[in-house]
Design a protein around this ligand. Sequence first.
Ligand code: AP5
Length: 216
Amino acid sequence: MRLAFLGPPGSGKGTQARELSRKRGVAHISTGDLLREEINTGSGLGRRAREFVEAGVLVPDEIVLHILSVGLKKADSSGGFVLDGFPRTVPQARALDDLLSASPLEVVVCFRISEEALLERLAGRRTCSNCGANFHMRFAPPKRVATCDQCGGRLTRRDDDQEAAIQRRLEVYREAAEPLTGYYRGRGVLREVNAAAPPSEVGKSVLRAIGEADLS
Ligand code: AP5
């Protein structure tokens, strides 16, 4: 299974990629998560990436491609992978084609949802500062306020989930989305799902889009 999930910030790519990874054992490779991990290590690469991530703009390709190729190598032994948040531009899609060479992406799923719904999702998202688990104050609330259900870590709002960075991330997405979806539509691998439904419904749409049976 070689998949990529595309979609605007907050459309649920990470939520669905994690669920698919849990159910099917495929590796979940999120360039956003990998960048945040790199930033937290305080490495030179992380320090360079930080200003871009916090401003809500794309991190330069040389950095993202480096962390992506490390992620793909680690995923080698799994039964495939789902890329979450990569590629975001046509040049990134071409670079991915080169990296994957003989084994290209089989399906690219694009998450469709209104901007109004995205803003509510991003405003209510809380992330565990210890294990990275995701919650939503309205749609997926933790059992105890500001505390992770899985590890007891502290829940915080992502630095780039502040108003100015959210607006910038949406603009960045709008600029690149059509050429990118056009690229994959032209190759016959693009599938679109309604991402505005509840998570379990979106999950079923994703399984249909990738041609997998719903075993749950
Ligand atoms: P990244 O972390 O990938 O951010 P993003 O693409 O903006 O996506 P999000 O993580 O915000 O949203 P999501 O779609 O995963 O939604 P989620 O499942 O969390 O990237 C961050 C930054 O890193 C970028 O801005 C850029 O700087 C850099 N970067 C990353 N990749 C890059 C690349 N390829 N090139 C260059 N730079 C790159 O859901 C959101 C909330 O909604 C959660 O609270 C969740 O619980 C809730 N929710 C999810 N699904 C539903 C549902 N169906 N119903 C109700 N609530 C739901």
